[in-house]
Write a protein that binds this ligand. Structure first.
Ligand SMILES: *Cc1c(COP(=O)(O)O)cnc(C)c1O
Length: 444
């Protein structure tokens, strides 16, 4: 492994600080998605000016190895030549038509071909729209209202799903956000992740009212917490017994954990496939494209065929679908072992560095997605995920940033690699780890 003489970024980032100052005047908190503000780790978020392959370059001209990959989409690396070509070709033909177009058909065919139980998908513009629409479809198709979700699973900022209220068997779902009236989550039941007994108890009490269970196929939004063996099977079995649907949210894991997402790793299931899947992130290749889908019969409840309304001015946008299709074409059989090898090299080095400094930690996996939890035992649910040393993560994060490695700015996120992470990029990460582990061990 080569290591690199790239100049280390330092903690002072004057151009980013100046942009943040201007941004905070015209954009709430200076950011258009809250986690970007670095509130969980402190300090000044880096304003990124350009990105290429595994590298981000900030407004001060400093270069970072990117372990965020836009929270998942940039699976081939930034500005991949094939995707760039596809985007240029599509854009030269016009940006949006408001009519059907061929790229939508090609992208839908590619998705349906990859995931065996899928017959049809509807394209939307964000993961939030995908889960919101899947929930509406589930309620419309079953004529029932109640949705079961799991604490620590994030499904976008859908009103009914912005509830993760603590643990306990059937927690009454309280909204996590102001502006979400209690009525919006009154039909949401939040259960602990990986808890089959809680699921069975809820269905025994209210099975006839439940439209659907929605779950992250493998949780990635409380850090990576894969379903325990048999958990997904149990979700399928119990929902089916009670005439409820199962929605597998693969917005993060889809086309990331394998060619066919988490389903490709864990499925097919003896009890049957999930009824609905949601996708986003990778399938847009960095552009706003997402999808939800299932059997043709279930999808026929959607307008214009059926009574469940769903629409979008930019849905199936020709440039976004071209980027998504080119990205999926690059997600070949040989990409995934490469991603896993890269991720394991980085995770093993992180673990060795933390062990050398005596820092309690646990690494958890879903395909090539992984998280380093700053605690000494495995995490199976949200309560356990929250029981970690987030201050130590903050010190670790900032040391890595100063050494030119951009991690996710929160202890509750997955680390992502791309097919473009080469020996130079991996070497820079490995070199940065011992100092970061020391910072984690020794406080400010
Ligand atoms: C990112 C994410 C979403 C929301 O997608 P957006 O495109 O940010 O709206 C939904 N579900 C999961 C599992 C996600 O990781």
């Amino acid at each position: 492994m080569t290591s690199t003489p790239v100049p280390a970024a330092t903690s002072d980032a004057p151009a980013s600080a100046a942009l943040l100052e201007r941004a905070t005047r015209v954009i709430p908190g200076g950011v258009n998605s809250p986690v970007r503000a670095f509130r969980a780790v402190g300090g000044t978020p880096r304003f990124i000016a350009s990105a290429q392959g595994p590298w981000l370059t900030d407004a001060d001209g400093r270069r970072y190895v990117d372990l965020l990959c836009s929270w998942g989409p940039m699976i081939l690396g930034h500005a991949h030549p094939d995707v760039l070509d596809a985007v240029r070709t599509a854009a030269a033909k016009g940006f949006s038509f408001g009519t059907p177009s061929e790229n939508e058909v090609l992208l839908a065919e590619e998705i349906v071909a990859r995931i065996e139980p899928l017959e049809q998908v509807r394209l939307v513009s964000s993961g939030t729209e995908a889960t919101m629409s899947a929930v509406r479809l589930a309620r419309g198709a079953t004529g029932r209202a109640v949705i079961v979700k799991f604490a620590g699973c994030y499904h976008g900022h859908v009103d009914a799903l912005l509830a993760a209220a603590g643990s306990g068997v059937a927690t009454l779902a309280l909204p996590d956000s102001a502006g979400v009236p209690a009525e919006m989550t009154a039909d949401t039941v939040v259960l602990p992740y990986n808890d089959v007994a809680a699921l069975e108890a809820t269905f025994a009490a209210r099975g006839g009212e439940i439209a659907a269970v929605i779950t992250e196929a493998a949780a990635g939004n409380m850090g990576v917490v894969p379903p325990a063996p048999g958990f997904t099977e149990a979700l399928r079995r119990v929902t089916r017994e009670h005439g409820a649907l199962l929605i597998s949210d693969e917005v993060m894991t889809g086309f990331r954990c394998s060619k066919a997402g988490w389903f490709g790793l864990e499925g097919p299931y003896a009890a049957g496939a999930p009824d609905l899947f949601t996708f986003g992130k990778v399938m847009g290749g960095g552009f706003p494209a997402a999808a939800f889908g299932g059997s043709a019969e279930l999808m026929s409840h959607l307008a214009p065929l059926g009574p469940v309304y769903q629409a979008g001015t930019l849905s199936g946008n020709p440039v976004a679908t071209a980027a998504g299709l080119a990205t999926l074409k690059g997600c070949t059989d040989d990409l995934y072992p490469r991603l896993e090898a890269t991720a394991h090299t980085i995770a093993d080095a992180a673990s060795a560095a933390l062990s050398a400094e005596g820092v309690a930690h646990t690494v958890q996996w879903a395909g090539s997605m992984f998280s380093v939890f700053f605690r000494d035992s495995a995490v199976t649910n949200y309560d356990e995920a929250r029981d970690q040393d987030t201050a130590a993560y903050g010190r670790f994060f900032h040391s890595m940033l100063e050494s030119g490695v951009h991690l996710p700015p929160s202890a509750f996120e997955a680390w992502f690699v791309s097919g473009a992470h080469d020996d130079e990029a991996i070497g820079q990460v490995v070199e940065a780890l011992p100092a970061a582990a020391r910072a984690a061990a020794h406080g400010g």
